[in-house]
Ligand binder design. Structure first.
Ligand SMILES: Nc1ncnc2c1ncn2[C@@H]1O[C@H](COP(=O)(O)OP(=O)(O)OP(=O)(O)O)[C@@H](O)[C@H]1O
Ligand SMILES: [Mg+2]
Length: 228
């Protein structure tokens, strides 16, 4: 299997005067098409790690490779392009554009990429159906429930057909039923499109259904296991 992401000795220090190291030399690699969970206590470094994996933040030292390309020597523009083409992000707070409809929000990353054509419209419609939101297609983001907004955010993360999806507590604010619906959706995508997932969750029940659980403790990988 191909390696889609690799981290080598990634360290992260915050603060200029008082320096605090929050990641202490992380080595990890992720195989294409796998579904990975990151767990760990609050403050253990999960979001910091995910932001570094997604090149939203740079490590203080060490290297991050995406699809075999070393990211630390790349320009800001090159990184933005790499993210737009290869990575879909889902956050706990979904940052939809409030003035735009569900459909337009889903389509937005394609607009940003400048690749709007019939295929883009068709795929956005397909994703809208996939997340079960045809009936609220033309509602503005502010006219959607929390769970619906999160499903829009998921469809939006998929519209550029990324190889990798990074999600930080994607169901953190949702009830159990909506959480289950969203995870089965993510698993379907993983199975049908071979998309690689790295998902932060505090929900053990969710983590146990993945291919791999990585547990962070105080900025170190404490556990790296395949659940039964
Ligand atoms: N921008 C920042 N400046 C300084 N310290 C930071 C910054 N971001 C995070 N930290 C610190 O780094 C550590 C790891 O934070 P991080 O957000 O990665 O934790 P987390 O595991 O995602 O926690 P949670 O489960 O609460 O989201 C924490 O001690 C936090 O206070
Ligand atoms: Mg976090």
């Amino acid at each position: 299997m191909a390696e889609v992401i690799a981290l080598e000795q990634v360290r992260k220090t915050y603060g200029r005067i008082v320096k605090t190291e929050v990641l202490h030399g992380i080595d990890l690699s992720f195989e294409e098409g796998t579904f990975n969970a990151i767990i760990g206590q609050s403050g253990s470094g999960k979001s910091t790690l995910l932001n570094i994996i997604g090149t939203l933040d740079a490590p203080t030292s060490g290297h991050v490779y995406i699809s075999g390309r070393r990211t630390d020597s790349m320009s800001k523009q090159a990184l933005a392009l790499l993210r737009n083409e290869e990575i879909g992000f889902i956050f706990q707070h979904h940052y939809l554009l409030p003035e735009f409809t569900a459909f337009e929000n889903i389509l937005m990353p394609r607009r940003i990429r400048g690749k709007i054509n019939d295929e883009a419209y068709d795929y956005a419609e397909e994703l809208l159906r996939f997340v079960g939101l045809e009936h609220v297609r033309d509602n503005k983001a502010t006219e959607l429930s929390g769970g619906q907004q999160q499903r829009v955010a998921i469809a939006r993360a998929l519209v550029n057909r990324p190889r990798i999806i990074l999600a930080d507590e994607p169901t953190g604010s949702l009830d159990t039923k909506t959480t289950d619906t969203i995870y089965s959706l993510l698993r379907d995508l993983n199975a049908n499109y071979g998309t690689t997932f790295i998902v932060i969750t505090h929900d053990r029940r969710v983590a146990e259904k993945t291919d791999r659980i990585i547990e962070l403790t105080d900025g170190n990988v404490e556990l790296d296991i395949t659940p039964e």
